[in-house]
Design a protein around this ligand. Sequence first.
Ligand SMILES: CCCCCCCC(=O)SCCNC(=O)CCNC(=O)[C@H](O)C(C)(C)COP(=O)(O)OP(=O)(O)OC[C@H]1O[C@@H](n2cnc3c(N)ncnc32)[C@H](O)[C@@H]1OP(=O)(O)O
Length: 167
Amino acid sequence: MKYKVMKKQKNSRKCIVCGMKNDLGLKASFYELENGELAAIFTPIEEHQSYPGRLHGGVAGAILDETIGRAINITDEDVWGVTVELNLKYHKPVALNEQLRVVGRITRDTRRLFEGTGEILLKNGDIAVSASGKYMKLPLSQIADFNEDTEEWRVLPSDEDPAEIEV
Ligand SMILES: CCCCCCCC(=O)SCCNC(=O)CCNC(=O)[C@H](O)C(C)(C)COP(=O)(O)OP(=O)(O)OC[C@H]1O[C@@H](n2cnc3c(N)ncnc32)[C@H](O)[C@@H]1OP(=O)(O)O
């Protein structure tokens, strides 16, 4: 199904997944959808390979980790957390140099923890990798010395931002 994009989330400077100034990073964009899920869009490059032409499983884990983790921000922009568990299932190989869609959602939300699931989708809609994750909520000050300006933590509008995404 195609869902309307309601909001684009922020990118950062150096994060391996969302850092726009990390030359080896995924430079993923994150979009909140009208159905309450979060979609990520990124294009893996050669530097993200495992076997030639195939996305590394750890990199697939990284994008799923962040997509599920950021899905909590759809309902509360100020929740921060760290991953405490991540389970992955690799169903199909993922090719490089093709734009990928990733989707994540929250399945449980308590005072201290939240949990969610997510999938990397191939062009034809098949699920290539699926994941479930558990995150511990923490104040940002307990996670890192994070200055929003220095870390360039901001929404970066682009002409390529989609109006709707099929997930
Ligand atoms: C918005 C978010 C987007 C996020 C996207 C990407 C996020 C990341 O990549 S974060 C990087 C990777 N993750 C990390 O670095 C986390 C590393 N781990 C830690 O820092 C610590 O283990 C930390 C802070 C989570 C817990 O530390 P600490 O408080 O000392 O642990 P501990 O005392 O053992 O446990 C505290 C409580 O949490 C619970 N807990 C700990 N781990 C888990 C777990 N995996 N599952 C369930 N409960 C857990 C314990 O049972 C305990 O509960 P209680 O107090 O009721 O007994």
